[in-house]
Design a protein around this ligand. Structure first.
Ligand code: ZN
Length: 137
């Protein structure tokens, strides 16, 4: 089966230790530029203390609740062994996951009406890389 794959990188800068940044428009832009009509869009962060998730981008309180609940589940100070002091960020990255895959149909990401793609930083503020791989087929 013939397929065409291309990968682009986005740079995202978080503003605080725990942060979620909407990257939907930037990912959609890459899909448009790819000229892929039907395929898959894979969004990946090559970091151990960040993640990628898909959730509501209409009401910002959803993000506040989401990050707040993760903070409650995995507090920064938790008697962890990891000497670097950011064990909570590693655990949150594992819980959230480091990639998402979104179908592309007719040149558009098949996100639901209220869905957006977010980079989650759990050890910011810092600059993060997002790799977007677009595959036709
Ligand atoms: Zn660490």
């Amino acid at each position: 089966m013939a397929s065409k794959t291309q990968t682009e990188s986005l740079t995202v800068r978080s503003r605080k230790r725990s942060d979620a940044l909407d990257i939907t428009d930037r990912v959609e832009q890459l899909v448009r530029e790819s000229d892929v009509s039907d395929g898959l869009c894979h969004v990946y962060v090559p970091h151990t203390t960040a993640g990628v998730f898909i959730n509501e981008n209409a009401d910002p309180d959803v993000l506040t609740d989401l990050l707040g609940t993760l903070d409650n589940l995995v507090p920064w100070e938790g008697g962890y062994r990891h000497a670097e002091g950011n064990a909570a960020a590693h655990i949150k990255s594992t819980l959230v996951g480091t990639s998402q895959t979104i179908p592309i149909r007719e040149g558009r990401l098949q996100l639901g009406r209220w869905q957006g793609i977010f980079l989650a930083d759990f050890d910011g503020p810092r600059e993060r890389t997002v790799r977007v791989t677009i595959t036709a087929g």
